[in-house]
Ligand binder design. Structure first.
Ligand code: GLA
Length: 384
């Protein structure tokens, strides 16, 4: 029988490991992004939702400045003495939870008095579903409670991003943390990354389900393609003399084409057109116009494949084979260079689409993707 990862599981394992009961258990979900990719760090629009897979953080208090962290997914207990060094060198997976401890302490001026942390998660890692934001937000919301720091959900999301940028070293935006903090059942989160307005958009999926197809091609945003895409966007901002790519309207695209090299222009074109697709998708979900959603997802995927160049042949195959088998909409989700694609599929057709995708992968000589459906769910919270 599959292991049930929940708050009680995290509390039990905490007690077994550390020999006393935790102060509490907090959790935060991963996310799937419906549309709006690589727009967050360009002050653009995004439409993610929190998924029904979460990271649980059981936390107990110490008084000696030592932070110990262990995780169901990794061996051993990592121990860091914040009492001796306020910014200890943090490496590997523990940089996510411990980076948040460090950043929250900096932000609130609260000294780290010490904790024991036990993490348990059913968010797959490296799948483009933001297992990292789930860890950051679970630990951050817990510390905000424990320290009575009074940070808002937006502040906590931004603290998670800061930990990822400065401690982990991945130059990511803040979409994932906002989805994890603001998620609501049956809804997507529409975030304007310029005004920072955030609003739940009821999805009314009805008989449709969101199928995740995780190619299991692992990616890291701390290195490689993600950072280089971000650099290209920043250089376009300089050349165009604007503050962010959000300031580039569609009628400025001709000018952009003249001023930018061919590749940078395509990066900009993706971002500008993706923002428009997000706005249209919000309207289409509101009207339950699944045909329009299918077209918007298709245009978004093509833009990521051809202009932003962050898709992979396996992600393309997941999208194409799910659509052929009857999905009404499909696109890769997340930062790209591996990870997952999502498809909107009528509930009754989910098994059929899943086996068609598996067959297509096997025929192409790829390892079949890990497939499961996800449900828009509640954001970060205290469970126990
Ligand atoms: C990753 C980052 C996000 C966002 C997406 C792409 O998930 O963490 O901030 O940039 O990629 O949309």
């Amino acid at each position: 029988m599959a292991l049930t990862i929940d708050a009680a599981f995290a509390a039990r394992n905490f007690e077994e490991l550390y020999g006393y009961s935790p102060e509490g258990v907090w959790s935060a979900p991963g996310r799937a992004n419906l549309i709006g990719e690589h727009t967050d760090y360009n002050a653009g629009l995004v439409l993610p939702f929190a998924i029904n897979r979460r990271t649980f953080a059981a936390i107990g208090l110490r008084t000696d400045g030592t932070v110990r962290v262990a995780s169901e997914g990794f061996h051993g207990v990592i121990e860091v003495d914040f009492g001796v060094q306020s910014t200890p060198a943090l490496e590997g997976w523990s940089a996510y939870p411990l980076g948040v401890v460090q950043v929250l302490s900096e932000l609130t001026g609260h000294a780290v008095e010490g904790f024991d942390i036990y993490l348990a998660s059913d968010v797959p890692t490296g799948a483009g579903l933001s297992s990292s934001a789930a860890i950051e937000c679970a630990v951050a919301i817990a510390l905000n409670d424990i320290w009575d720091a009074g940070l808002s959900r937006s502040d906590i999301a931004l603290a998670g991003q800061r930990a990822e940028n400065t401690v982990v070293g991945a130059p990511t935006g803040f979409m994932d943390q906002f989805a994890s903090m603001f998620g609501e059942p049956d809804s997507a989160i529409f975030l304007d990354c310029r005004s920072m307005d955030v609003r739940a958009v009821p999805l009314g999926l009805g008989d449709f389900e969101v199928l995740v197809m995780d190619t299991q091609e692992k990616h890291s945003h701390a290195t490689g393609g993600y950072a280089s895409r971000r650099k290209a966007c920043d250089s376009a901002v300089d050349v165009m003399g604007v503050s962010t790519l959000r300031d580039i309207t569609t009628d400025m695209l001709d000018e952009a084409q003249q001023k930018l090299d061919e590749e940078t222009f395509r990066r900009v074109k993706h971002v500008v057109t993706e923002n428009i697709r997000v706005e249209n998708a919000v309207a289409a979900f509101g009207a339950r116009d699944f045909e329009a959603i299918g077209e918007l997802f298709a245009a978004s995927h093509a833009s990521m494949r051809d202009d932003f160049e962050i898709s992979t042949p396996a992600l393309d195959l997941a999208v194409e084979s799910s659509l052929e088998a009857g999905a009404v909409a499909a696109r890769m989700t997340g930062g790209g260079f591996g990870g997952a694609a999502i498809a909107l599929v009528a509930s009754a057709q989910v098994p059929e689409v899943m086996s068609a995708v598996t067959e297509a992968f096997t025929a192409a000589g790829y390892q079949p993707p890990l497939q499961f459906t996800v449900v828009p769910s509640q954001g970060a919270r205290r469970d126990i």
